[in-house]
Design a protein around this ligand. Structure first.
Ligand code: ME8
Length: 516
């Protein structure tokens, strides 16, 4: 079976911030997790480059729009490369193949009678790239989503018959209760649809920075609405409308998105797919919003957290761990250096780092860095059983996108490991001529650490590689099967010394955000 995992494609009107990094980290973790399990996985990310917002941002920057888009798109791609994000494709909506695919989709919908020409009169929020009827505005003027002032739009437009799909959408939500994850977010979508869907304006005539109309329709003054263009990236990336080469990955398993764009993914996107006679994605995973020290991040406040700055100061893998551990998927989260430092010191440094150091220390002292698991079962059947039940529980947390529960549960392994050492005191046993018992304890703990490293790998890929090297094994699908699925132990292995992986952090390593 294959798996297909996506992030939103990010607008190129500014550089990445911590919220973009969060979505990308979760998606990357999920993709790595599926690969570890041996699934043939395709992971897509990229940039969303058309629309009025980008055109205006480029103008403000005094640059030709394409050049501006090229530059910002590259900052995203470079950042993900620097962070080791394991995407299989980085799509740009200005790619020729993508634009061809969008035109093809438009033609298919048009031929089906799902697109018709009319006249749009209403309001438009450039920042959200969204149309709003007057009845939805706040104080008759402001965007109900972002609060910014909207502009009046009166123009000829092609419309997509969204209203036609109302019943089918409702039926789909009902029959697929896990379509929207977490389930708690489904209500807002269902209520929105039940409130009645208006047909969606899918072209614009008042600016030109968008995908051109298909030649067959011959109506040059229109360009495609940016959300129609953008959503289609999930299939054009697989070759829809061009070579179709990767369409076997469709439908997507999870589209990861922030809650701000759930409506587009859970309403418009499935309706477009129904019109195109393509299967619907299995899950839309909508996560919550990150604030900084309890405040909304914004450029004007100057409190936007730059993921690069955090990663430079604290390490990108510590950041991945923190973000995925800190918030239940779907809920809002707060970035504070205090909370981050606490998790580094207590969970990474104390629970995990110390355990590794103890194994290195004890194996060096007692057995010249060679570990033999021959007596592990004999002396530690109970701990091994506890360890196995933790390992068995992990999969469902990850498959339900509950990364915080996954990590919380995984950390029980370190508690078991540290607990065994404390209880059995191998240093006492060594003195009392109970060497076999002492070495069995060290072997059990080393094995616990090995299995934990395998399961932590999707979250902290490089760090766990170092742990695996220290225990003389490699993390891959084979070791996953052997150690996690078949519950085997590493038999005889040597320990390689490594410097401490998680030095304690005493003081914040970045300047604090300006307080408002
Ligand atoms: O919406 N907290 O792009 P975008 C959590 N191009 N997540 C955040 C965040 C925050 N404070 N800020 C941003 C778009 N995000 C469209 C998407 S998809 C076909 C088109 C993340 O650059 C979150 O994933 O505004 C959110 O959905 C996304 O960035 C919005 O990125």
């Amino acid at each position: 079976m294959s798996k297909y995992i996506t992030t939103p494609i990010y607008y190129v009107n500014g550089e990445a911030h911590i919220g973009h990094a969060y979505t990308t980290f979760i998606a990357d973790t999920m993709a790595r997790y599926e690969r570890l399990k041996g699934e043939d996985t395709f992971f897509l990310t990229g940039t969303d480059e058309h629309g009025q917002k980008i055109e205006e941002s480029a103008e403000k920057a005094g640059k030709p729009t394409q050049e501006f888009a090229d530059e910002i798109s590259a900052t995203f791609k470079n950042l993900w490369d620097e962070f080791g994000i394991s995407y299989d494709k980085f799509i740009r909506t200005t790619d020729e193949a993508h634009m061809k695919g969008v035109q093809k989709a438009f033609e298919v919908m048009y031929a089906k009678g799902d697109i018709y020409k009319d006249f749009y009169e209403g309001h438009y929020c450039v920042s959200c790239e969204t149309f709003f009827p007057e009845t939805q505005l706040v104080d008759g003027e402001f965007c109900p989503d972002c609060g910014r002032s909207t502009s009046v739009v009166k123009e000829e437009s092609y419309f997509f018959k969204l209203s036609k799909y109302e019943d089918r959408l409702l039926k789909h939500y009902e029959e697929n209760p896990e379509f929207i994850m977490p389930k708690s977010r489904a209500n807002e979508v269902v209520n929105f649809v039940k409130g009645g869907l208006r047909d969606l304006s899918v072209t614009r005539t008042s600016f030109s920075w968008g995908v051109k109309m298909p030649a067959s329709i011959n109506d040059d003054k229109h360009v495609m609405y940016v959300w129609l263009d953008a959503l289609l990236n999930y299939v054009t990336a697989l070759g829809y409308g061009s070579d179709e080469a990767l369409m076997n990955y469709w439908p997507a398993d999870v589209h990861f998105v922030g809650k701000d764009i759930l409506r587009f993914h859970a309403i418009y996107w499935p309706a477009f797919l129904m019109s195109l006679d393509l299967p619907l994605p299995k899950h839309i995973g909508a996560h919550g919003w990150w604030t900084r020290d309890g405040e909304k991040m914004s450029k004007s406040k100057g409190n936007v957290v730059s993921p690069k700055e955090v990663a430079d100061a604290y390490g990108v893998e510590n950041l991945r761990y923190f973000m995925l551990r800190e918030v239940p998927f779907g809920q809002d989260g707060d970035f504070s250096q205090r909370a981050f430092i606490d998790r580094i010191n207590s969970e990474l440094s104390n629970d995990l780092g110390n355990l590794l150091n103890r194994i290195i220390g004890m194996s060096g002292k007692y057995s010249e860095f060679v570990i033999d698991s021959k007596d592990a079962e004999k002396y530690h059947a109970k701990e091994l059983e506890n360890m196995n039940s933790v390992l068995d529980s992990l999969d469902s947390f990850m498959e339900n996108l509950q990364t915080h529960r996954y990590l919380e549960e995984l950390w029980k392994l370190f508690a078991i490991g540290n607990g065994v050492i404390q209880e059995y005191e191998p240093w006492v046993k060594m003195k009392n001529n109970q060497e076999d018992e002492a070495l069995a304890t060290v072997a059990v703990v080393a094995n616990i650490l090995a299995k934990a490293a395998v399961m932590l790998h999707p979250v902290m890929p490089e760090t766990t590689k170092i742990i695996a090297n220290a225990l003389s094994f490699e993390i891959n699908n084979e070791s996953y099967k052997e150690l996690v699925v078949d519950k085997k132990l590493l038999k005889v292995f040597t320990i390689e010394k490594v410097p401490p992986l998680f030095p304690r952090v005493e003081e914040p390593l970045m300047t604090e955000a300006p307080k408002s």
